[in-house]
Design a protein around this ligand. Structure first.
Ligand code: ATP
Ligand code: MG
Length: 392
């Protein structure tokens, strides 16, 4: 899918309007390299007007020899013969005015035609993964972890991630990210049988860190109109274009949650170190067993995993029969980050909690863990980021 590169989020949003459904936006050529590493079938890179021209031309030059099947298009605010000559020499396929969206769309179309001619029209259907963040208990940190996990999986634009707020009555994903959505899942009501990528795209709100959000309705009573069939269709549609679909849920086995769990590839179960929560999580895991959901694909996230409460991670693993995938200590920085609207993995990437969440993202993505920034004094915190396995 085409990728737009520009440091200005407004320019990215504008240029994406001219791109086909599923196009992606990132803020720097540095993240472009990461994106192309994950997406070997990429066919179009659109370099936006706020990129320094020399950097844009250097990027063209690198792709010309490194990835010759990719069409590189420059969108600039002023175009003259000198620029055209330099762009063509560097290997750009097109140079278009950034404010002429028809010209941008036509360039994208030409790139797609070339792609089809080179590779043929038959491609393997894209199937991203759905990861549901779930806990039967309220207030344990599901939303906080879902938001930070989505941002970690996105890896600043290297992967395309959609975060879906399925806490349909009281969802707070949008406010946690300081987004003000003009559309929500409410606008898909009635589209159980017809929803496709072109319909769901306009319902998403873009976060500056390249994550798209499908927000919960603004009024709680709308929940009644969102059927399990619609939830299933929304998630199935989103996984056609996104690499990861992260789902935040309400603290219950309600119908939308069950529909999401049915579509789920990986389930992140959030628990805290208190007996009532552990009892309820255990019952929930047994229910998932009965329903045959995500067996072998469950990841236990211990939140507020502080040592002084009398229950340690080994005991939790014994109670739940599930290895702790990652644990996050209680930290005032997490609550402060939520209140500031800048999730901790963005605001404090070197914080141990950020490292612990990135570690979970790396486990999900099947990659080695990314170490936290060396030398941070916060890394001395005793529990975050440690891993435990059940001893048999
Ligand atoms: N490890 C932590 N340390 C400190 N504060 C935390 C931690 N995890 C979550 N919080 C805070 O706890 C509050 C509740 O978290 P959150 O909204 O993520 O829980 P939730 O499980 O989604 O709740 P609900 O069930 O109501 O949807 C938030 O203010 C959040 O900032
Ligand atoms: Mg929540």
């Amino acid at each position: 899918m085409p990728v737009v590169v520009d440091p200005d989020p407004a320019a990215v949003g504008n240029l994406l309007e001219a791109m086909p459904d599923g196009a992606h936006g990132i803020d720097s050529p540095d993240r472009l390299t990461a994106w192309l590493g994950e997406h070997t079938d990429e066919y179009l890179v659109l370099l936006g007007p706020h990129l320094d021209l020399d950097l844009a031309l250097a990027t063209c030059e690198t792709l010309r020899t490194g990835r010759p099947t990719i069409s590189v298009v420059l969108a600039r605010d002023s175009i003259d013969a000198g620029l055209l000559a330099r762009a063509m020499k560097a290997g750009a396929r097109d140079v278009v005015p950034d404010d002429d969206l028809d010209a941008v769309a036509a360039a994208a179309n030409r790139a797609h035609q070339l792609h089809v001619a080179l590779r043929g029209p038959v491609g393997v259907a894209h199937r991203g993964k759905v990861v549901t963040v779930f806990s039967p208990k309220g207030g344990v940190g599901k939303t906080t972890m879902a938001v930070n996990l989505a941002l970690s999986l996105a890896d600043r634009g290297a992967r395309r991630v959609c975060l879906v707020d399925l806490d349909l009555a009281f969802g707070d994903v949008a406010i946690t990210l300081q987004l003000f959505p003009s559309h929500t899942i409410e606008h898909a009501v009635g589209a159980e049988d017809t929803l496709d990528a072109s319909m769901v795209g306009p319902l998403l709100t873009r976060h500056q860190e390249s994550v798209m959000v499908l927000a919960a309705p603004s009024q709680p009573d709308v929940r009644e109109r969102i059927t399990p069939g619609l939830v299933a269709r929304v998630l199935a549609t989103l996984r056609e274009t996104f690499d990861w679909v992260v789902v935040d849920t309400a603290p219950a086995f309600d119908e939308p949650t069950l529909a999401a769990l049915d579509e789920t590839d990986e389930c992140v179960v959030v628990a805290t170190l208190d007996v009532p929560t552990l009892k309820n999580v255990r019952v929930a895991l047994e229910t998932l067993d009965v329903l045959g959901i995500a067996r072998g694909h469950r990841h236990l996230l211990l939140n507020r995993a502080d040592e002084a409460v009398g229950i340690g991670p080994e005991k939790v693993e014994a109670i739940l029969g599930l290895a702790v995938a990652t644990q996050v200590a209680t930290s005032v920085d997490i609550a402060a980050a939520t209140n500031a609207g800048t999730p901790i993995v963005c605001g404090k990437p070197d914080h141990p909690s950020s490292a612990a969440i990135r570690d979970l993202a790396a486990q999900l993505a099947g990659q080695p863990a990314v170490p936290a920034g060396a030398g941070s004094e916060e890394q001395a915190a005793p529990v975050a980021g440690r891993r435990f396995r059940i001893r048999r």
